[in-house]
Design a binder for this molecule. Structure first.
Ligand code: HEC
Length: 166
C-alpha cells in the first residue's frame, strides 16, 4: 500500500516535470519557424534585381504622386500645409525614411502612421493593407532603399541590426 502510494507520487512528480517540458519543447519547435517567417516577411532586399524592378513600378503607380517621381518629396516638405498636416517627405537620402528600420517602414506602409504610433494623428499617408500585397510593400521599400548611397544603406543595415538585438 505504502509502496503504491510512493510510486504514485513519483509518477505524478515525473509527469509534472515531463508534460510541461514536452509542451514547451514542441511549443518552441512549432513557434520557431513562424517567428522566423514573420521576421523574414519585412526584410528589404535592395540587391535583388527582380524585387527592385517590381518595387519601381509599384512606386510609380502608388507613391510617386506624393513622394515625388525622383523620391524628392513634396515642395517645402518640412513646413506644415495650410490645413496643419505635413507634406510627403522625400524617400531619397535627404529625407528621414532611412532613419527607420525595415520593420517600421513596412508597418507604416501597410497599416498607416496612426496605427503604428498608436494614437490619433491626422496625416495624409494612406495605409496600403487593402491595396498592396506584402510582397509589393517589401518590393517598393526595397526599391527605395536601392536608390540610397552605399553609406546610407550601411547605416540603415546597422539600424536593423540594432533593432534585432533589442
Ligand atoms: C496621398 C499622398 C501619399 C501617398 C500616395 C503616399 N504617401 Fe507616404 N506619406 C505621405 C505623407 C503626407 C507622409 C508624412 C505624414 C506625416 O508625417 O504626417 C508620408 C510618410 C511616409 C512614410 C514615413 C516616412 C518617415 O520618414 O517617417 C513612409 C515610409 C511612406 N510614406 C511610404 C510610402 C509608400 C511606400 C507609398 C506608396 C506605396 C506612399 N508612402 C504613398 C503621403 C503619401
Amino acid at each position: 500500500m505504502s509502496l503504491n502510494f510512493k510510486s504514485f507520487i513519483k509518477i505524478r512528480f515525473l509527469l509534472a516535470i515531463f508534460i510541461p517540458t514536452f509542451l514547451l519543447f514542441f511549443g518552441i519547435i512549432i513557434y520557431m519557424p513562424k517567428d522566423k517567417n514573420a521576421q523574414a516577411a519585412y526584410i528589404l532586399n535592395p540587391d535583388n534585381h527582380d524585387i527592385v524592378e517590381l518595387g519601381k513600378s509599384v512606386y510609380v503607380q502608388n507613391c510617386a504622386s506624393c513622394h515625388g517621381v525622383k523620391l524628392e518629396g513634396q515642395k517645402d516638405w518640412m513646413l506644415r500645409l495650410p490645413d496643419g498636416l505635413m507634406p510627403a517627405p522625400p524617400h531619397d537620402e535627404t529625407g528621414h525614411t532611412w532613419h527607420h528600420s525595415d520593420k517600421y517602414l513596412f508597418m507604416i506602409t501597410k497599416y498607416g502612421i496612426e496605427d503604428i504610433v498608436g494614437q490619433k494623428y491626422a496625416n495624409n499617408m494612406p495605409a496600403y493593407k487593402n491595396i498592396l500585397s506584402d510582397k509589393e510593400i517589401i518590393a517598393v521599400l526595397s526599391y527605395i532603399k536601392s536608390t540610397w548611397p552605399n553609406e546610407v544603406k550601411k547605416i540603415h543595415d546597422q539600424i536593423n541590426d540594432r533593432e534585432k538585438s533589442m
